[in-house]
Design a protein around this ligand. Structure first.
Ligand code: FAD
Length: 388
């Protein structure tokens, strides 16, 4: 055939693909990482300077993965010689004694993690820059903090190349031709073959997956990333005084609605975003109307952040790829066991990336699995996938 042969081809150099490629190369696999855009780019889900990290999850299987992710981030920092994690705490906000805070506390307790609970009055006293209704409480995950996203992404890619991995950017995968023992991948520039293929294609996953006979309920949405200027000279939202926040909402579900990060990448500006947005085609992200998002988040900031200006000073865009249960798909293609899918991270996959890369490597090498992968199985969508 004349095409180059690899052990594994990873498609997509976002955080999940870059971490997967790094872990595969570390395991001695001859790995090719293909990215459609010249790097770095801001068209997918992994760009920008900051992401929240935390142990505090309502589901045990994520807290368990985070127990691994923290030391793996630490290893990456040391190997690449860059500072990725900044500890500033993560404050979960919800109804005092409600489901959201109860689930977070439960998962943290079961994993022996430290946390602090604040009833309403203590919460208001500790955080005067926040204003929430009387029955609101909070749980502080002291290990929560900021991941320097762009640095993390570059560090995985740099280390991958140092480990002997091949990274080709500006090269779009057009066709994946399944086969045993080799899968053939045709790009805009050539053809490659590999024993295994990993699809870490974020919002573009359905476009490549549907020709392979699989329709998954992956829904790309546009996220409007808003930064709000402090209206005080004293910078009360700097990371030494103000933690990241996640608001579980007054309806007391187990999912969060709004999140925020301290003033960090743009000094004097605080990132506060709605965890929702309009459906999009990832190739037409900025054509979507996000008026309702801007209105909702503006109302929120005006109500809850008295020390921020009432309209955003900086606005950027990003994409989530949501699934109906907000859990990703990390699994084999049901008909082609040498094709692995890692997509649908539903707006919370950055912090998990080291564990995801490890899990993908275990799947690719048929090794024993370190995590509970059942929540990430393709099979949970069997009914939905045939209808989509
Ligand atoms: C505004 C915002 C805030 C967030 N905040 C947090 C947070 O605080 N904490 C957290 O943990 N997570 C957060 N997330 C989620 C996290 O960033 C994502 O879950 C994660 O980045 C998903 O990465 P990915 O690799 O799956 O997707 P992507 O980064 O989109 O990567 C997919 C890559 O595949 C490439 N690709 C696609 N198709 C092809 C093809 N045919 N050929 C070649 N390449 C292809 C794309 O160009 C892209 O680079 C946030 C996301 C956003 C948008």
């Amino acid at each position: 055939m004349g095409s180059e042969v690899f052990d594994v081809i990873v498609i997509g150099a976002g955080i999940e693909g870059s971490s997967s490629a790094y872990h595969l190369a570390k395991s001695g696999q001859k790995t090719l990482l293909l990215e459609q855009f010249p790097l770095p780019h801001s068209r997918g889900s992994s760009h920008g300077q900051s992401r929240i990290t935390r142990y505090a999850y309502t589901q045990d299987y994520y807290t368990h993965m985070m127990l691994d992710s923290y030391p793996l981030w630490d290893t990456l920092e040391k190997e690449a010689g860059v500072n990725i994690y900044k500890k500033c705490g993560l404050l979960n906000i919800g109804l005092e004694n409600g489901n959201f805070l109860g689930s977070v506390a439960g998962s943290m307790s079961r994993h022996g993690m430290d946390f602090q609970s604040f009833q309403s009055s203590e919460f208001q006293r500790r955080y005067p820059m926040l204003r929430y209704p009387p029955r609101s409480g909070a749980i502080l995950d002291p290990m929560g903090g900021i991941l320097r996203a762009d640095k993390a992404l570059a560090a995985f890619q740099t280390m991958f190349k140092q480990l002997g991995g091949v990274l080709r950017e500006g090269e779009t995968v057009k066709v994946i031709r399944p086969g045993q023992p080799l899968v053939t991948v045709t790009t805009t520039k050539g053809e490659y073959r590999a024993k295994k293929v990993v699809m870490a294609t974020g919002p573009w996953t359905s476009k490549l997956l549907e020709p392979l006979g699989l329709r998954l309920p992956l829904k790309p949405i546009r996220i409007t990333v808003c930064y709000w200027r402090e209206n005080r000279e004293t910078t009360p939202h700097s990371s030494d005084r103000f933690p990241c926040i996640i608001d579980g909402g007054q309806d007391d579900g187990e999912e969060f609605h709004v999140y925020g990060l301290p003033s960090e990448e743009y000094p004097g500006y605080v990132k506060v975003c709605l965890h929702d947005g309009p459906d999009i085609d990832p190739d037409a992200r900025d054509e979507a109307d996000d008026t309702w998002v801007r209105e909702k988040v503006t109302d929120y900031v005006r109500q809850h952040f008295p020390w921020l200006q009432g309209s955003p000073g900086i606005v950027e865009a990003c994409i989530y790829t949501n699934t109906p249960d907000n859990d990703p798909v990390i699994d084999y293609h049901p008909q082609h066991s040498n094709i692995i899918i890692a997509a649908g991270f539903s707006g919370h996959g950055f912090k998990l990336a080291p564990a995801v890369g490890k899990a993908v490597t275990e799947l690719a090498l048929n090794k024993p699995l370190s995590y509970n992968m059942a929540p990430f199985a393709v099979s949970r969508f069997n009914a939905a996938s045939s209808k989509l």
